[in-house]
Ligand binder design. Structure first.
Ligand code: GUN
Ligand code: FE
Length: 445
């Protein structure tokens, strides 16, 4: 396949922005990036896709998502974290059956693809995790996912499992799904957070990732003041200090949020090369706080972006996360903090690095997988400047999911000219409404 865009934001080592160049793809990989050649195009007519007005960028990477929660959008607004979990999210997740979970996952994947996200790290849910994996596989999206582990739950006791069966189940799931779909699907061990996990579960799930090369450890940390006060009451330590004390942090650990983190813990994140997943919309909407991202970046700590779940956002588009990631820091750290280019890289190459996938994705370079997005930056809303650098500003400050025209993963179109080649939105909406209605009845009973 030959893709001929207006320009290419490569995010390569030199952050080159190319004009008059095309990308050639074979077997899902980028095999060349060359100057436009009309003779070559006419010789290979059937393989040429011309997008003369569109900007080609790497597919976005989101490092903290809950696909199982998409169905609950709008049903848990205006609550702080522990109430949000206790009163709404745990009861709803607890009421999932396979059909409602499938609807939720499809809604989520569809929304993510339509807004240009091609890789995600998903937290999973307590039951029916195989439904999530099967849909990830059949959609063709790139994902690291895993069963959400809960073996203690004072907030909503019905929503938990026992330690031994959790451990048995994840071993089987990782054996079944890790490194499937040509390596597009990987396993992520996912204890929910300290308040819902025994020490044994936290440690054993961490140890297990060593049996599955390329798998990750994914949890929530230091999100909310009441949460960390309870962690301190139970364990006499701050959240990240506690993780460190039981030996569950390393460079394959992705911690979502990391808002209430002291200097000692910041040094632990740095020393252990932990990956911070920054979720600005969720952090604002749940009133959790503002993570000190400029400080993390200045110390060289890995930061990437995630929309978290639909009921704490209420939108899965990475464009909102980029815009907020930039804007919320400026009143505190000054307008130079979090410039558009830095933020765009958090959503692409830095996300890929966080997941250890930077040799495959995150930039447009020969040898990488063809996970690509075409953006329309020509509407009245966009910048009229021809200066290359305004492209980052246009994407981060101005664009939205509406700007996404086409999306490809490993050389396969998933969205073409704004239409999903996977899902029928009308059908998805109808099934989801039916499933939600039934789920809410189950919650009442
Ligand atoms: N902490 C534990 N579970 C969750 C969750 O589902 N969402 C968020 N934002 N924080 C959590
Ligand atoms: Fe989350």
């Amino acid at each position: 396949m030959i893709i001929v865009p207006k320009n290419i934001v490569t995010v390569d080592g030199k952050d080159r922005i190319l004009k008059n160049h095309f990308v050639e793809i074979e077997n899902g990989k980028i095999i060349s990036i060359k100057q436009n050649d009309e003779k070559y195009f006419s010789k290979n007519k059937q393989r040429v896709f011309r997008f003369d007005d569109l900007t080609l960028i790497p597919g976005f990477v989101q490092t903290h998502i809950h696909l199982c929660q998409t169905l609950f959008r709008g049903l848990a607004d205006d609550l702080e974290l522990l109430d949000w979990l206790q009163l709404r999210i745990f009861p709803y997740e607890n009421a999932h059956n396979k059909n409602s979970l499938l609807s939720s996952v499809r809604l989520g994947i569809n929304e993510l693809l339509l807004s240009g996200t091609t890789t995600l790290l998903d937290m999973g849910t307590l039951r029916h995790q195989e439904v999530i994996f099967e849909e990830l596989q059949s959609s063709g999206i790139r994902a690291i996912a895993g069963k959400c582990l809960i073996d203690e739950n004072n907030l909503f006791p019905a929503f938990k499992s026992d330690t031994e069966s959790e451990i048995d189940e994840i071993y089987q799931l990782a054996r079944t799904y890790h490194n499937t779909s040509n390596g597009k699907i990987k396993y992520g061990f996912a204890p929910r957070f300290v308040l819902s996990s025994s020490e044994k579960l936290l440690k054993e799930s961490f140890e297990m990732k060593k049996d599955f090369e390329g798998s990750l450890y994914h949890t929530h940390s230091s999100e909310n003041k009441d949460e960390i006060a309870e962690v301190k009451r139970r364990h006499k330590k701050e959240n990240i200090e506690y993780f460190d004390s039981i030996g569950v942090i390393d460079d394959h650990s992705v911690f979502a949020h990391c808002i209430h983190v002291n200097d000692k813990e910041t040094n632990l994140l740095k020393k252990n090369n932990v990956r911070v997943s920054h979720c600005p919309s969720s952090n604002l909407k749940l009133g959790s706080g503002i993570a000190n991202i400029p400080k993390y970046l200045q110390k060289g700590i890995s930061v990437s972006l995630g929309a978290d779940g639909a009921p704490c956002n209420n939108n899965l588009s990475v464009f909102n996360e980029m815009r907020l990631a930039a804007l919320i820091q400026k009143p505190v750290h000054g307008p130079l903090a979090m410039d558009a280019k830095t933020v765009f890289k958090l959503a692409t190459i830095e996300g890929a690095k966080a997941l250890h996938l930077h040799n495959e994705i995150g930039s447009i370079e020969v040898g990488k997988k063809a996970d690509l997005v075409l953006l329309d930056l020509n509407t009245n809303m966009h910048s009229m400047s021809e200066n290359d650098e305004t492209i980052y500003s246009d994407i981060v400050y101005t664009s939205s999911s509406d700007s996404v025209n086409s999306v490809m993963i490993e050389g396969e179109w998933k969205i073409l000219n704004k239409k999903s080649l996977l899902y029928d939105q009308k059908e998805l909406n109808q099934t989801s409404k039916d499933e939600l209605k039934k789920l809410l009845k189950r919650v009442k009973n």
